[in-house]
Ligand binder design. Structure first.
Ligand code: SF4
Length: 444
């Protein structure tokens, strides 16, 4: 059970030294009880207190890692039911299945297809995070051989999926150094699979057909020495799975119910690519930490990655690009200079429309704390002084001979003052970025 603030307070030094950043030990104790502080932030806590407080300071949903190096995957450690309460931390991992029944050439082709599922979206690189090798053959040797081939041909983190402890054991022996996630341990295989996990330092998936069954199963796996556990609810329908995952999340966060305080994995292996994407996105919203799909169709994978990207951004912080001068093509001293804000969606829309014009140009990006043009203007984050300052800071004077700045049509109203402030000629560009190609071709 979690400790109350007062119970925690009794274990602290009570010196009010403020080294933790809180004014008193009591304030720190209250923050710790609410999961708003970490025990490590009190350098004065005794070893005795640390061990007594371990329970209170442990995250309500454990962190689980698998894979290695740059492709190590982190899941769990979430602290809220709803994104707007704070933010979600470790993005859902999209994993793609690979059957061990595929013949050599088909297996390699499939691995290449999975590796190539990479995208650029508003300046961010998106890709699937794991590959799930499925023991469709039922043979431990075939499974181990497929896992070995995947390890050689893909840098992605690996999930080994089999109901057979023998098959999991054989495959793990082949790829233990890349620290795969072992899926799954059921009630009758918990001890055997946990043993493989413990001996090879690999996390283990607990799979059951009810929330209560999962709570019981994690106890067995933990008792066998495995700390990193992932939950898989075998539900009859998507509705049941979403309901079950929501119950798990609520039990972990609201009741600090440790047997369910683990990240989750969902398998979406049926239906066409569109159906898998639709189910996958529902599960990303509530509350799968890993979604394993069968489709390698780009039009099915990109919407899921986009959903992850959107849901796991901090709602308090708009996605921003660096405020500076960007070059489109190879602009020279006669090229146009456009001005926009550092809200990333605004910037990348302007950049792609400027690119489409095939007119080399500069884009001066002004820091408006990640807000769009109109929002920034109405919040006084975009005015003649701020733009003039950005021009000075980025030395735009030295870039071109013409001293003419193109501003977005939506802020035409600031053109007069901006002209006075900078001494530059201010041209009012189109309101919509989509009109930029035509505009630039005409003014260039
Ligand atoms: S650092 Fe520790 S001892 Fe110092 S005020 Fe904070 S909780 Fe108290």
């Amino acid at each position: 059970m979690a400790l109350t603030g007062l119970e925690i307070f009794k274990l602290l030094p009570k010196s009010n030294c403020k080294k933790c950043g809180k004014p008193t030990c009591l304030a720190f104790a209250m923050a710790l009880a609410q999961k708003k502080a970490k025990l490590e932030e009190c350098p004065e806590a005794s070893e005795e207190a640390k061990s007594a407080l371990a329970e209170a300071s442990a995250p309500p949903i454990s962190l689980v890692k698998f894979g290695t190096g740059d492709n190590e995957v982190h899941i769990g450690q979430e602290t809220v039911m709803f994104r707007h309460e704070e933010k979600f931390y470790n993005p859902t991992v999209i994993a793609v299945s690979i059957s061990d029944k595929l013949a050599d050439d088909a297996l390699k082709e499939r691995i290449d297809a999975v590796n190539s599922l990479q995208f650029e979206r508003v300046g961010t690189h998106l890709q699937v995070g794991a590959v799930a090798v499925i023991n469709d053959s039922g043979s431990p040797d075939t499974f181990a051989s497929a896992a070995g081939t995947v390890k050689k041909a893909s840098p992605l983190a690996m999930i080994l999926v089999s109901e057979s402890p023998d098959a999991l054991g054989a495959a793990t022996a082949k790829v233990a150094d890349v620290r795969p996630l072992l899926a799954s341990a059921a009630s009758d295989t918990a001890e055997a699979v946990a043993k493989i996990g413990k001996e090879n330092n690999c996390p283990v998936v607990a799979q059951a057909d009810s929330v209560e069954g999962l709570a019981e199963l994690t106890g067995k796996i933990k008792a066998a020495g495995v700390e990193e556990i992932v939950l898989s609810l075998k539900a009859r329908s998507l509705k049941d799975e979403l309901y079950g995952l929501s119950r798990i999340r609520a039990a972990a966060l609201k009741k600090t119910f440790r047997p369910l305080g683990y990240p989750t994995v969902s398998f979406v292996l049926d239906g066409n690519g569109e159906a898998q994407a639709a189910k996958g996105i529902s599960l990303i919203c509530k509350y799968s930490s890993i979604v394993v799909v069968e489709s390698v169709e780009r039009h099915a994978i990109l919407p899921m990655l986009t959903a992850v990207m959107n849901i796991f951004t901090d709602p308090q912080k708009p996605v921003q690009v660096e405020a500076k001068v960007y070059r489109v093509g190879e602009p020279g001293s006669d090229s146009p200079i456009l001005m926009t804000t550092n809200f990333s969606l605004t910037y990348y829309t302007v950049e792609s429309d400027a690119e489409a014009s095939r007119v080399p140009c500069y884009i001066l990006v002004v820091d408006t704390e990640g807000t769009s043009v109109l929002t920034a203007y109405s919040g006084d984050k975009l005015n003649e002084k701020i733009v003039a300052e950005a021009m000075k800071k980025n030395e735009v004077d030295g870039l071109v001979r013409h001293h003419k700045l193109i501003i977005p049509g939506y802020v035409a109203v600031m053109s007069g003052k901006l002209e006075e402030e900078t001494g530059w000629e201010i041209a009012v560009g189109p309101r919509e970025s989509s009109m930029l190609p035509k505009y630039l071709q005409e003014v260039a």
